[in-house]
Design a protein around this ligand. Sequence first.
Ligand code: B12
Ligand code: SF4
Length: 473
Amino acid sequence: MRILLIKPPLNKNLLAPNHDEPLELEYVAAAASGHDVEILDMRIEKNLWRKLDRFQPDLVGVTAFTCDVRAASAVLQEVRKFDPLIKTVVGGHHATILPGDFARPFVDVIFQGMADESFKQFVEILAGGGDVGEIPNIALVGEKGLRFTERRPFAGDLDRLPLPARHLTSHYRKHYRDSVGNVTGLIVSSRGCPYRCTFCACWKIMDGKYLTRSVEAVVDEFAALAAGVDLVCFAADNTLQDTGRAWRLVQMFRDRGIRKRFMMYARTDMIAGHPDLLVALKEVGLDYLLVGIESFRDEDLKKLNKKVAAETNIAALRILRELDISVSPHLIVDPDFSRDDFRQLYNYVLKMDLFRPVYTVLTPLPGTTLYEENHERLAIRDYDFFDFTHSVLPTRLSRRDFYRQYASLYNKSYSFRRYFRWRWRTLSDFLRGKKHFAPPADRIPFLLLAFLRIFALRLYLKVRHRYKIEPLV
Ligand code: B12
Ligand code: SF4
């Protein structure tokens, strides 16, 4: 059978559009090995009809995060127009949580949750005959609505899944880069998370389970992937949860002489409690950590059920600074912020000397507790705006003022003024013999900052004027 898997075009609202490899599709493709499978990444290659015409698929599958729902639906609709006989399916995070949003005449089947097993069964049945209604975790779209099959959470072993079919995206590899131009590769070492943060969809998607792969399997895949990329990204929201596994990873990198730059996502309690592990990770190639700080206030962290104290966040950031480990700190901007909250947040960034802050607007993603509590009062329901830089909830400030404050956070954080103040401080420290002159790992070099400033001007204006294009309900 000829199967075409599609990553939809990027949502134009995203401020920092990253092109990482579509790992989810590479996994799904691996599940259908034995068939003629291709991946079309429409973030890079836009001509859908040409691809359909050349490949003549029997089955098309599209993936979608919440912010991709509209783009994914448009792709499926085009496929139906191209040839109504092509079977169309959709999977991924949004389809898992709100399958009803894909109950459309141009969709045949919706996959929920990990599809490594269900997609395999599906293509076998399609190719050989049988009843797809027997396959768990899918919804069949019919005229009378959705018919769900049995829900069966993945209870298997991640190590038994076939490796992602990366050869199907090798022609796109040079496009898969991070914001500073590194060619990247993604690797899964765990799925899910044992925590229950109110704003995070990660644990819901995995039915609350936290699954890990064996360290040996991760290192084997890492070694193979590392050969063709500059930076390996561990694709999970909480990679260092199990410190025993992390130590084994370090040991195995050492034993096998593997040295490649990599990045991971980590919680601050883990960082604060295990500085020795971080030293070891840095030695074997840790390039930077993406860390969810979320808030500088205990009351907010409690509300978010982050199970971490503001003090722990501070301790973790200090440790990372001491160890000179680069950090990408993510901070939440609550739609309920007053001007004073914005000011306090920026003061925190200054106080903690955070060079590369990322500010995400608190967004009730479907599936999260935050969504359950707030979906009735959403100010924007169009999923194109669930991009973490729009406020889909009502704001305390006027919307115009909210976006001014929000844009200004970025403007101030990445300003020349901040750069020169820091330069002056380090120079005077150096002259007084206090510190060595080398910049910390996450300090943005002047030329990059200058480039960012030019590039960011357009983004700054875009954010400042966001309120003008919002489809408020
Ligand atoms: C790596 C990553 C990224 C990468 C992109 C990776 C990619 N593949 O495109 C980058 C850094 C670019 C990124 C960006 C964003 N991300 Co992100 N990201 C992740 C992360 C950490 C891992 C994703 C991953 O590769 N998982 C591994 C794969 C194998 O698992 P999977 O995606 O679940 O796929 C399985 C099933 O869903 C299903 N499936 C998936 N697609 C399909 C399709 C078909 C046809 C079928 C049959 C089955 C199927 O089968 C797959 C195999 O089992 C997740 C966290 C997480 N726990 O998943 C967040 C996550 C996916 N990101 C999220 C978000 C919000 C974003 C951004 C909007 C953030 C932002 N403001 O910029 C953007 C959106 C970018 C975009 N539209 O392309 C949310 C999405 C929630 C949601 N409901 O949409 C997550 C879950 C984080 C979270 N904690 O909430 N992200
Ligand atoms: S935010 Fe991080 S710690 Fe919280 S549930 Fe999501 S992945 Fe886990």
